[in-house]
Design a protein around this ligand. Sequence first.
Ligand code: ADP
Length: 514
Amino acid sequence: MKQIVFPDEDSLDCANRLRSVFDALPMAIALLDETGIVTALNDAWEVAARRDCFIGHDCALGADYRQACAASPVSEAKLVADAVTALLDGEGNGATVSYDRPRNGDGQYGHFRCAVVPAPQGETRGALVIHTDVTVETEARLSLQEREAHFRSILDTVPDAMIVIDETGVVHSFSVAAERLFGYDAAEILGKNVDLLMPDTPDAGHAAHLCRYLNTGRSRVVGTTRAVVGRRKNGELFSMELSVGEVRRDGHTLFTGFAHDLTQRQQTEARLRELQDEVLQVSRLSAMGQMGAALAHELNQPLTAVVNYLEGGRDLLDNDPPRLDQVRRALDLGAEQALRAGEIIRRLRNFLGRGESDTHLESVARIVEEACALALTGARSHGVTVTTTIDHSQPDVLADRIQIQQVLLNLIRNAIEAMEVCEKRNLTIATRGREGEVEFSVTDSGPGIAKDVAAKLFQPFFTTKRQGMGIGLVTCRTIVEGHGGRLWVEAGADGGTSFRFTLPIPSTGGDDDT
Ligand code: ADP
């Protein structure tokens, strides 16, 4: 490096020019002679010296810099004074003392660079102390780090796994959720190809897929969300929902994938289906009670026919000669009717399916939440605003959960159907405690119930719907009364209808759940 030669001090013009450069420099500079006396200070020094905690802030021309350091309250001052002493003693060429003083949220950051000012013959002519304030840069860096840490903590908390890969499929970032989902530590996967996280099927090669995308600009994945298969470290394959976004930077592309494990959702859906099946079975069972009479009637017909054909056959045998062809025909027809009766009984048995009621102590909240989940599927998309108000302070009720859910399901479906003709569609499902019982209510903002309809509401087979069966409300009442409760209807506050029913709260103990 070329050595800077100080111009001859006699050259006034040159000295003036140097002085203006010296003053224009952004860093604060003090020139010391070989005894440590300050011989020059630039404008930036004068500005910096007005600040608190600036080393040598009471420095003036002609002052001893090291004494000024000794008077400074700043802890680094002694280090700066020692560095200057070492330089003036001819030890080393320079030293840097950095400081970082975070205070009340903001701070001061900088460094003092102490350097030798050599004389032309090589001996020490004095020293330079250069102060550079790096507060702005440091604070910018710290705030960037803080934001990055914040961002990181958000990503670490997001339940979805996040994986960042480059255009060759190499993994650059692997979040904590990704570690949990795939069973790999980030360190094991960073720098490796993302294909490790996919099954070995020919189509699953993500690197190849990305290549194709980068070449053609067409992607099945970027910008969309789709279900794909992932592979955990233990080799287990699982379904996940993958959303991929891309960032182009400096001619490179990074892809960020958010993966959501579908296993749990699938389990929940399976449970929901199971629940629906159970409810459906109870529905059949309850309907059975109401339809028994109708079925008995149906059974009566073939049995009567069988008797008639048998008696007819017997009479034909008494003929002389017996009319065997007609006897055979009568027996055939009788057998046909007997089969029909058997078929009706078989259907009856299938219809009954599930066994008798199953009573346990059940949480009111669980009963309502599950029933709502079943009944309200799609209700919101039909423009129905649903409000659920559950009194969580209520003790458990003694109930066959599935049967009570069946009641709620019927009432909710009726309410939704009633509101189909209305503009305003508000549905409120609520529970509240009454003396010794819990009251459930399903209130709609539908058209309400006309007087003549109200009188027949709980009659079997009464319906105003084209596809209706008219057994829902009767079944509901039978179930509720079977539980020792009551079911009734009121006009809703909103102009619609409010169906209400109660279930008794078991008086004491409550740990007997049979
Ligand atoms: P279904 O729904 O098969 O008709 P239900 O016994 O459940 O049988 O209902 C009987 C009748 O009661 C319905 O056809 C309807 O006229 C009336 N109803 C039931 N719920 C409501 C309601 N929330 N608002 C108005 N009418 C209702």
